[in-house]
Design a protein around this ligand. Structure first.
Ligand code: ATR
Length: 270
């Protein structure tokens, strides 16, 4: 019997996850169907109940539901428990829901394995303090980074994250303005500003000759953040395609017990 999976978000039509999981299924010989499901925030709880009743076996979660969904889980396991944000839900045979988060593992695997970026001892800046940032902070701390700065338009949200994870490593909160005259080895854009075609007022001083810039967003053309980084002489600016495929592979492993080979899928997407 075909097992049913999906990705929930709002909007969701742009999602590449159905294509990626279809390729994983072909590669591993698993009989699954994976679809994009649009859910408005106010209908989240009710629609999840219906999907579970209809027999869905698991689903990914994307903007804007990653934090809200954590409260609807029977258990948050793995990285989701630490992050307070969920991107992978497994439905058990008795219809209970387990939330996990593969974003951090996906990011670290793309940076270290695919892009050969060393995180050990690195000074890292994360721009943005929403659900996406929550998902990646624990994994960045585990990767042995020297320091982590979280900068956000709304300082309080960055401060809340710095407080939440403060006992796990060296974390500072900042406004964008206060980053002027600071330079980092790795700069990660986790704001959703690019979805509106915008680049927030990041001071160019954050980029030095050897800085790696990484955008969690991805697009068929350059994302606004990658374009901004290149305009400011960044020689190593990457979109989030690799993270997208790696986090998907980790979700597939959680659901199906086998980790697909990401190389061919990533090459085809790029
Ligand atoms: P996600 O799950 O993608 O993190 P989110 O929780 O809504 O989504 O968080 C969006 C992040 O992008 C926030 O850090 C938000 O900043 P605020 O906390 O100040 O709202 C940031 N963001 C979105 N649009 C932005 C813009 N135009 N300029 C600056 N930051 C923006």
């Amino acid at each position: 019997m075909t097992d049913r999976y999906g990705v929930i978000g709002h909007p969701i039509a742009h999602s590449k996850s159905p294509v990626i999981h279809a390729q994983f299924a072909r590669q591993t010989g698993h009989d699954i169907r994976y679809e994009a499901i649009d859910i408005e925030p106010r209908k989240l709880k009710k629609t999840i109940r219906r999907l579970v009743r209809d027999g869905i076996r698991g689903f990914n979660v994307t903007v804007p539901h990653k934090e809200a969904i954590a409260d609807l889980m029977d258990a948050n396991v793995g990285q989701a428990e630490r992050a307070g944000a969920v991107n992978t839900v497994s439905v058990t045979s008795d219809h209970s829901l387990a939330g996990d988060n593969t974003d951090g593992i996906g990011l670290i695997r793309d940076l270290t394995h695919n892009l050969r970026v060393s995180l050990e001892g690195a000074t890292v800046l994360v721009l943005g303090a929403g659900g996406a940032t929550r998902g990646i902070v624990p994994a960045l701390l585990d990767a042995g980074t020297e320091s982590l700065t979280i900068a956000n338009r709304t300082l309080q949200r960055a401060q809340d994250l710095a407080d939440t994870f403060g006992n796990e490593g060296d974390i500072a909160a900042s406004t964008f303005e206060d980053l002027a005259n600071q330079r980092f080895e790795l700069v990660i854009n986790a704001t959703s500003a690019g979805l509106q075609g915008e680049v927030p007022p990041f001071p160019p001083s954050i980029i030095g000759p050897n800085t790696v810039c990484y955008d969690l967003s991805y697009a068929m053309t350059e994302t606004p953040f990658v374009a901004w980084a290149r305009e400011h002489d960044c020689r190593h600016a990457h979109q989030g395609w690799g993270m997208l495929v790696e986090q998907a592979a980790e979700s597939f492993r959680i659901w199906r017990g086998v980790r697909p080979d990401t190389g061919p899928v990533l090459r085809q997407l790029r």
